[in-house]
Design a protein around this ligand. Structure first.
Ligand code: NI
Length: 150
């Protein structure tokens, strides 16, 4: 599946995405296509609306740039806990070229999600993963990192 990256001001980036309710080969193909598009664009996270798909999933790979790929797919993600400690950090977005923006976010979160088989998962994240997950999850509600500095 070859997917095209959407960039601002494409209105699909402002859509509130719909829950994924069908798990199977088509969803797996979409996730694989999103990972390929993310690697092509040299990103570490990509949400479905960024390829024009209005569904609640995103992909992330924290480590591939260090030569050790670790692709992850998060379907129907929900932040179930957020650390009170917050930190400002510069973020980039593949849909907003050359526009780094400073965003203050919780330094750690817990996330509940489903994997590609529809199995429920939950885990804690901090560091880069926590920031990336919050950025990508925002995309599913049409929120862009530039909104925080607006
Ligand atoms: Ni983004």
């Amino acid at each position: 599946m070859s997917l095209t990256l959407r960039q601002v001001p494409d209105p699909v980036l402002r859509a509130v995405c719909k829950p994924v309710d069908s798990f199977g080969p088509a969803l797996r193909a979409l996730a694989d296509g999103m990972l390929a598009a993310m690697y092509d664009a040299t990103g570490r996270g990509l949400a479905a609306p960024q390829v024009g798909v209005v569904k609640r999933l995103f992909v992330m790979d924290e480590t591939w740039k260090d030569g050790a790929p670790s692709p992850q797919v998060f379907v129907n993600p929900v932040v179930t806990w957020a650390d009170e400690r917050r930190e400002a950090c510069e973020e980039g977005c593949l849909s907003i070229p050359d526009t780094p923006c400073l965003v203050t976010r919780p330094v750690a979160i817990r996330l509940a999600w489903q994997d590609l088989d529809g199995t429920a998962q939950e885990a804690a994240f901090d560091g880069f993963a926590a920031r990336c997950i919050q950025h990508e999850r925002d995309h599913l509600d049409g929120i862009l990192c530039t909104d925080y500095s607006a």
